[in-house]
Design a protein around this ligand. Structure first.
Ligand code: CA
Length: 233
């Protein structure tokens, strides 16, 4: 359920750079180099967000933006406008035309990605909701809440981080040392048995009665989330 991003930009090296980096962030990326082609494409299907260059062959970005805002289907489409011009009056015109955000070239890729993420979050919170799910366990990173089925689960900060770490990589087996590095940080010097203590607490919090245990102890190796659990629960 990755968000789809349409990049409308005629500078090929920039298009490639943005595509590469946005795909690396897990977004689905489509690119087009002309304003009129973008308009045709947008009539077929709307992306979740559009990165739109100001100066384009065919129709200019600003004109395209105005047209999109006039159509009910694309009225609310999140748009980030790119431009090489930095004049204040131009910026205001860009925003007045209906772009949600505005970024002046040259910009850094992380900056653009941060804007994309922020705009998507504003536009459709569920798409970027930081909720991890594993079987009947859900971990909400924004609210820092964990639940199993209907039951809310109280976890200490270490157990929370441990569960989050495991849920980010379900099925993978981690040695105690890897868990120490990943959860406590490699700077900290803690006995590896500490890991067992916290895994024990996490299990106790997660499992009630006959609940299947989501955590697998791998003898001589470490711990993992049991991928069988993830499929059946
Ligand atoms: Ca251009």
């Amino acid at each position: 359920m990755s968000a789809r991003i349409l990049i409308v930009e005629d500078e090929e090296p920039l298009t490639l750079l943005l595509r590469y980096n946005l795909e690396a962030e897990g977004y689905e990326v489509e690119t087009v180099g002309r304003g009129d082609e973008a308009e045709t494409l947008l009539k077929e299907r709307a992306p979740d967000l559009m990165v739109l260059d100001w100066m384009l062959p065919g129709i200019s970005g600003i004109e395209l933006c105005r047209r999109l805002r006039a159509r009910p289907e694309t009225k609310a489409l999140p748009i980030i406008m790119l431009t090489a011009r930095g004049e204040e009056s131009e910026r205001i015109r860009g925003l007045a035309t209906g772009a949600d955000d505005y970024i002046v070239k040259p910009f850094s890729v992380p900056e653009l990605i941060a804007r994309v993420r922020a705009l998507l979050r504003r536009a459709s919170p569920e798409r970027v909701a930081d909720v991890l799910a594993f079987g009947d366990i859900a971990l909400d990173r924004e609210k820092k809440r964990v639940s199993r089925g209907e039951r809310e689960i109280e976890l200490g900060p270490t157990e929370y981080r441990l569960l989050e770490f495991l849920m980010e990589r379900p099925g993978r087996v981690f040695s105690r040392e890897q868990l120490l590095d990943g959860v406590w940080g490699s700077e900290v010097y803690i006995d590896e048995r500490t890991v067992d203590v916290h895994v024990g607490r996490l299990r106790k919090a997660l499992n009630r009665g006959r609940d299947p245990d989501p955590i697998r102890t791998v003898r001589g190796a470490g711990y993992a989330l049991d991928d069988k659990f993830g499929k059946t629960a």
